[in-house]
Ligand binder design. Structure first.
Ligand code: ATP
Ligand code: MG
Length: 260
């Protein structure tokens, strides 16, 4: 199972929107896909139409309570896309994890216990912080996808994230590598958006995906209907961009699940 972590400690940059729509695209082309919601806000769970009542077990139970992922996932309305949901319990997990010896490896171990072949791809949606929940996600994955909002402080936050990634590589997970940076909420009428996008490309080169996700109201409406934008409105500019991003993602990932 190829594991991709979607992280950026800045809030509201498009992590969850990216995680929901990329997993939907991967499932649409026939993959068996798992989305792990590691954010106490539970936005990925809500955005996929999995209400509180369906979150009988959650990522909290997997991290703290010893529940297995297999026993905790729920099917979503998207065929072949399963979700490990999050609840507000998870906000306490940061504190509870500190007392545990293997606090950084809880998610990694839980994913290791998943039978091979159950899912082809796993995306992990992180909260907007660099605390132990994000650390668990970074330890559990080999590939890092960073959504970056096209606004002024975008690059400042990125250097802090990259320092954390370097620490995690040294201490826990030498294989962790940046798969790509995805520019989000791009507004082509806004000169600043253009300037930031150019700056980021000058600074990060090929690490930046060619596809740019535009600011698009359909992308923000979709979660309130409990649907990925790709299903809510496949033809909108935002969905079309996520389909292109998914193609780029696939091209950058190893072709065989065993290799990752
Ligand atoms: P958090 O850090 O709180 O987890 P996040 O990084 O996961 O936030 P999202 O929840 O994906 O960010 O997006 C923040 C808000 O912006 C949401 O209301 C979402 O619907 C909206 N949004 C995301 N991407 C776009 C876009 N390309 N165009 C317009 N609205 C967007
Ligand atoms: Mg989010």
């Amino acid at each position: 199972m190829i594991r991709v972590v979607v992280a950026n400690q800045k809030g509201g940059v498009g992590k969850t929107t990216t995680a929901i729509n990329l997993t939907t695209a991967l499932a649409a082309i026939g993959g068996k896909v798992l989305l792990v919601d590691m954010d106490p806000q539970g936005n990925a769970s809500t955005g996929l139409g999995v209400g509180q009542a369906q979150r009988e077990r959650s990522s909290y139970d997997v991290l703290i309570g010893g529940a297995t992922i297999l026993d905790s996932v729920v099917a979503t309305r998207v065929p072949r896309l399963d979700l490990l949901p999050a609840t507000v319990d998870l906000s306490g997990a940061e504190v509870e994890l500190v007392a545990l010896d293997d606090r950084a490896h809880r998610l990694d171990k839980a994913l290791d216990a998943v039978p091979p072949g159950r899912w082809d791809n796993c995306l992990i949606d992180c909260p907007p912080s660099l605390g132990l929940l994000t650390v668990n996600a970074l330890v559990a994955a080999r590939h890092l996808l960073v959504p970056l909002q096209c606004e002024f402080f975008a690059l400042e936050g990125l250097s802090q994230l990259l320092q954390t990634v370097e620490r995690i590589r040294l201490a826990f997970n030498p294989e962790l590598a940046i798969l790509g940076v995805a520019l989000t909420m791009f507004d082509r009428r806004n000169n600043l958006s253009q300037a930031v996008a150019e700056d980021v490309r000058a600074c990060l080169g090929n690490a930046v995906f060619e596809t740019v996700i535009p600011r698009n109201v359909r992308l923000s409406e979709a979660p309130s209907h409990g649907l990925p934008a790709l299903i809510y409105d496949l033809k909108c500019a935002g969905s079309e961009a996520y389909v292109r991003l998914a193609r780029e993602l696939m091209a950058r990932l190893p072709q065989r699940a065993e290799a990752a």
